[in-house]
Design a protein around this ligand. Structure first.
Ligand code: CTP
Length: 509
C-alpha cells in the first residue's frame, strides 16, 4: 500500500503541474478563478479531449481522489483500548451547583421540563462538558461560560428553541437548512442543534446533513474530549454520556480524533487541534499524530480558504501568537498558508509579554493579537496569496498599518515624545505594540514610556472648548493635536496654559 500511495502521490504532483494547461483551456467551463484545484480536476476529468491527452493522470487522479481515501480512511472508530481499566464519572449532577450559576441551573430545569413534555432528549455538548470535566479533574472551581451548546434528538431544535425562548425572551435566530437555532441572552449565547450526522461528499466542503441520534451526532465530532454529552432529561438528569473514552483522554491529556478520515473531512480540525494543544496543554495521541501527518501529505488544505481559514487562524493566534505560529511551523502550515518558512519566534514572544503587561495595566483595552500576528506574517512573507483570507475593513486597515510601519532612523532616546507621536500616535494599538519588537532594547524602554503616557493621556482641552474660542472646521483637529504634543512633552499642564497658547499661536492666523 505504501508503494501504491507513493506512486500515485508522485503522479499526482505531476498532475498539479498541468494546472496552467487546465486554466488556459477550461476558461469557458470554469466560471471563476477562485475555483479550487479539486474543482478544476472534477470538471476537467469529465472532458473527453482531456482524458485522451492526459490518460495516465486520470488514472492517478482516480487512485488519489477516489480509491486511496477509501482504502486508507475507512471510517473506523479508534477504540480507546484501556477504557474499561479506569473508573469513569457517571453523572455530573452533584457538581452542577459548583460550576453553574443559579440562572443556568434554572435554565436546565426549564429545558428538562419542556424536553420531557415534548418527548425530546436534550443534551449539553461541545466545549462545556469538556471544560467541566477538565476543571473537575484538576480540582478547579470555575470555568468560563459564554456559550452553551445543546443537541436535541427526537424532534426539531428550532421548535424546541422557540418554546424555550417564550420564557427566556432572548434574541432568537435559526438556520432552517441545518435545523439549528441560537438564542442570544445578555451574557450568554445558547445554541440548539438537531442531532445530525454529516456526510462529507467533498473534502473540506460543508457536509450534507442527516438527522440522527446522539451517538451518531457525537461520532461526527472532532476529538474524543469534545464528544462528551450531559443529559438534561429528568430520567437521567446530569448523566455523562461518553461513548468514545473522552474522559479517559482528558485524564491522559490526549487529543484523539474519532475516526481515521477526520482531518480529511474537515482540515480546519488540524488548526483546532493546535489550538486545543496550546490552550489545554494536551498532547496529540500518537495514532492521531500519525494520521495527521498522513492527511497533511495528502494536501488536505487545498480546499480550505476564506472565512473558515481566517477564523480558525485568528482563534489560534488570539490565544498566544508565538505558540500558535510555532504550532503552524511544526506541521509546515506557515509555509502552506503563507509561503513563509520561518518567523522570528523570539519577537513574537516579546510581543506576547508586551501585550500581557499592557493588558494588566489597561484591561479596558482590547488588543487583537490575531491581527498583530497576521500583520507580522504578511510583513515577512514575499508573495502571500492574500485572497485566501477574509478580513473586515477595519481589520484590514490594522494589518496594513503593521505591514507598512517603519521606525524613522532619526528617532532615538533623545527624541521628544511629540516626535514619536508624529509617527505612531494615530496608529491602532496593535500597530503601536507591533513596532515595539522592531526596536533595540534601549529605544524600546523609552518607547514603552511614551506608549503608556499616550494611553493615559486625556486631552487637556476639548473640541467644544476650542470652538468657543472662535475656531471652526479642520483647524480644531490641528489645534488639538498640537496641544496633545505639548502635553506629552510636559510643556503644557493646565487648561489655562492651553488656552493662552492657542490665543497666542492661532488667533489672527
Ligand atoms: N466541532 C467539530 N469539528 C469542528 C468544529 C466543531 O467536531 N471543526 C464540534 C466539537 O464537538 C465542538 C463543538 O462542535 O466541541 C462546538 O464547536 P465550537 O463551539 O467551535 O468549539 P468548542 O469545542 O465549544 O470550543 P471553544 O468554544 O472552547 O473554542
Amino acid at each position: 500500500t505504501e508503494f501504491i500511495f507513493k506512486r500515485s502521490l508522485g503522479s499526482y504532483l505531476k498532475f498539479v503541474d498541468i494546472k496552467p494547461y487546465i486554466e488556459k483551456t477550461i476558461k469557458d467551463k470554469v466560471l471563476s478563478s477562485k475555483i479550487s484545484l479539486w474543482d478544476y480536476y472534477d470538471n476537467y476529468v469529465k472532458d473527453l479531449r482531456f482524458q485522451i491527452k492526459f490518460r495516465k493522470y486520470i488514472l492517478s487522479y482516480r487512485i488519489f481522489k477516489e480509491i486511496l481515501p477509501r482504502v486508507f480512511f475507512k471510517p473506523v472508530l479508534i477504540p480507546p483500548k484501556d477504557r474499561k481499566k479506569h473508573p469513569i464519572l457517571l453523572s455530573f449532577k452533584k457538581y452542577f451547583s459548583k460550576y453553574f450559576s443559579v440562572s443556568i441551573i434554572d435554565l436546565f430545569q426549564q429545558i428538562k421540563q419542556i424536553g420531557d413534555k415534548d418527548h425530546l432528549n436534550i443534551f449539553l455538548v461541545g466545549g462545556i462538558p469538556r471544560d467541566l470535566l477538565i476543571a473537575h479533574l484538576n480540582s478547579k472551581n470555575k470555568i468560563t461560560i459564554d456559550e452553551l451548546d445543546f443537541v436535541v434528538s427526537g424532534g426539531s431544535a428550532i421548535h424546541f428553541a422557540e418554546k424555550i425562548n417564550r420564557k427566556l425572551k432572548g434574541r432568537l435566530s435559526f438556520y432552517k437548512d441545518f435545523n439549528t437555532a441560537t438564542i442570544k441572552l445578555p451574557n450568554i449565547s445558547l445554541d440548539f442543534a438537531t442531532a445530525r450526522s454529516e456526510v462529507y461528499l467533498e473534502q473540506g466542503r460543508l457536509p450534507m446533513v442527516e438527522h440522527t441520534d446522539l451517538y451518531n451526532d457525537l461520532k461526527r465530532r472532532d476529538f474524543t474530549i469534545n464528544a462528551i454529552a450531559i443529559s438534561l432529561n429528568s430520567k437521567d438528569f446530569g448523566k455523562i454520556i461518553d461513548y468514545f473514552g473522552g474522559q479517559l483522554d482528558i485524564r491522559k491529556g490526549y487529543l484523539r480524533i474519532l475516526h481515521q478520515k477526520s482531518f480529511f473531512d474537515d482540515p480546519t480540525r488540524v488548526l483546532r487541534m493546535i489550538r486545543f494543544k496550546n490552550s489545554l496543554n494536551f498532547n496529540i495521541e500518537p495514532r492521531t499524530e500519525k494520521l495527521l501527518g498522513f492527511s497533511l501529505d495528502f494536501g488536505i488544505f487545498q480546499s480550505i480558504k476564506g472565512v473558515r481559514l481566517t477564523r480558525e487562524l485568528s482563534l489560534l493566534f488570539q490565544l498566544a501568537p508565538s505558540k500558535g505560529v510555532e504550532g503552524l511551523i511544526k506541521y509546515n502550515l506557515l509555509y502552506e498558508f503563507f509561503g513563509v518558512e520561518d518567523l522570528n519566534i523570539q519577537k513574537l514572544k516579546l510581543l506576547n509579554s508586551s501585550i500581557n503587561w499592557l493588558s494588566i495595566l489597561h484591561p479596558e483595552i482590547n488588543i487583537k493579537k490575531d491581527l498583530i500576528t497576521f500583520g507580522y506574517i504578511f510583513k515577512t512573507g514575499k508573495n502571500i496569496n492574500r485572497d485566501l483570507f477574509v478580513f473586515k475593513k477595519k481589520e484590514d486597515q490594522i494589518i496594513r498599518e503593521i505591514i507598512t510601519i517603519k521606525i524613522p532612523k532619526f528617532l532615538s532616546i533623545s527624541s521628544k515624545f511629540s516626535s514619536f507621536y508624529k509617527y505612531f500616535g494615530k496608529l491602532s494599538i496593535e500597530a503601536k505594540l507591533f513596532i515595539l519588537v522592531e526596536m533595540n532594547e534601549k529605544l524600546r524602554k523609552y518607547y514603552i514610556e511614551f506608549l503608556l503616557k499616550t494611553i493615559a493621556l486625556k486631552p487637556i482641552i476639548t473640541g467644544g472648548e476650542i470652538m468657543k474660542l472662535g475656531f471652526q472646521g479642520e483647524i480644531i483637529g490641528k489645534i488639538m493635536e498640537k496641544i496633545i504634543k505639548l502635553q506629552l512633552d510636559g510643556k503644557i499642564i493646565h487648561k489655562e496654559d492651553a488656552i493662552d497658547y492657542i490665543k497666542r499661536r492661532f488667533i489672527g492666523i
